[in-house]
Design a protein around this ligand. Structure first.
Ligand code: NAP
Length: 253
């Protein structure tokens, strides 16, 4: 090794300082962020409520980082079993109660209309757990938000299960999660991470980084009042205005 050339151990990968210098600052920042996330948050037990597009998309992208995943919640047990197979990497199917008992982190990925009932049914199990609220409180026909700006889906979930540490982070579109690359036009989409609990927020920032997406540590849960409408805008642009689902928002600073 040449004098001055350093290799640092970051989690599971050696990070070559010379190689990193040859990349663009944006690429280097992205890689550093991802490597730091991998170092900080590995091998967690993650429970998922919602065996649909987002539940499987997040599950699949997190499972490759060595997390131990149990997925739950559909109208048929077959669908939950198929979701576990889609996630792969040893992911298991269970009931919502089992997924909550399994997870150090529990991801909520349910349609808004059934979300509060679903979380209330497992409220005791969620006590003290970190809950990644990946929902958006859309009306059933996706024409608008069912609630918003004076409250948020994240805050309503927090009221329904006050013992849990709710972290709002609306993920990128499921079409992107299930595609080969998370990059859109060469950039990772931003995900705004809001919670009143700093440690819980940091954990979800790390997991969002592993998807990978650019996690923006956005502040308190009440800011979900504004991140959820941003998600609604993207839904409108994608599906009503014809831009398609391979779009995302990005914070420039
Ligand atoms: N899709 C996206 O791109 C995207 C992006 C960001 C955020 N989100 C938000 O993420 C959440 C989930 O979206 P998604 O696209 O993953 O929805 P989805 O594909 O419809 O998945 C929803 C899951 O909940 C289950 N479910 C619904 N009603 C149920 C009931 N009454 N009893 C038992 N299980 C029930 C569904 O099972 P069944 O199939 O059996 O009904 C399915 O497993 C929503 O809040 C959405 O706004 C979505």
């Amino acid at each position: 090794m040449r004098p001055g050339k350093r290799r640092r151990w970051r989690g599971r990968y050696w990070h070559d300082d010379d190689a990193s210098r040859s990349r663009s600052p944006a690429e280097r920042a992205r890689n550093d962020h991802l490597l730091q996330a991998i170092e900080d948050t590995v091998g967690m037990k993650i429970g998922i409520i919602g065996a649909g597009n987002v539940g499987t998309g997040l599950g699949k992208r997190l499972a490759v980082h060595g997390h131990d995943i149990m997925v739950s919640f559909a109208r048929s047990p077959d669908k939950v079993r198929t979701a576990a197979m889609t996630i792969g990497a040893g992911a298991r199917a269970g009931s919502p109660e089992e997924a909550v008992a399994h997870g150090e982190v529990v991801i909520i990925a349910t349609p808004w209309a059934v979300t509060l009932e679903a979380v209330r049914s497992v409220a005791t199990g969620l006590d003290g757990k970190i809950v990644w609220d990946a929902t958006n409180p859309l009306k059933g026909d996706m024409s608008g938000l069912a609630i918003g700006t004076s409250t948020s889906g994240g805050e309503e979930i927090s009221r329904a299960v006050p013992g849990a540490h709710i972290v709002k982070a609306v993920p990128p579109f499921a079409e992107v999660l299930h595609s080969d690359s998370m990059e859109i036009a060469g950039q990772l989409p931003s995900v705004f991470v809001c919670s009143d609990n700093g440690d819980a927020r940091k954990t979800i920032v790390d997991l969002v980084g592993q998807i990978p997406a650019t996690a923006v540590e956005a502040g308190p849960l009440s800011l979900a009042r504004y991140s959820e409408p941003l998600g609604m805008l993207l839904v409108q642009l994608a599906y009503a205005q014809g831009m398609g689902a391979r779009i995302g928002a990005s914070l420039i600073r």
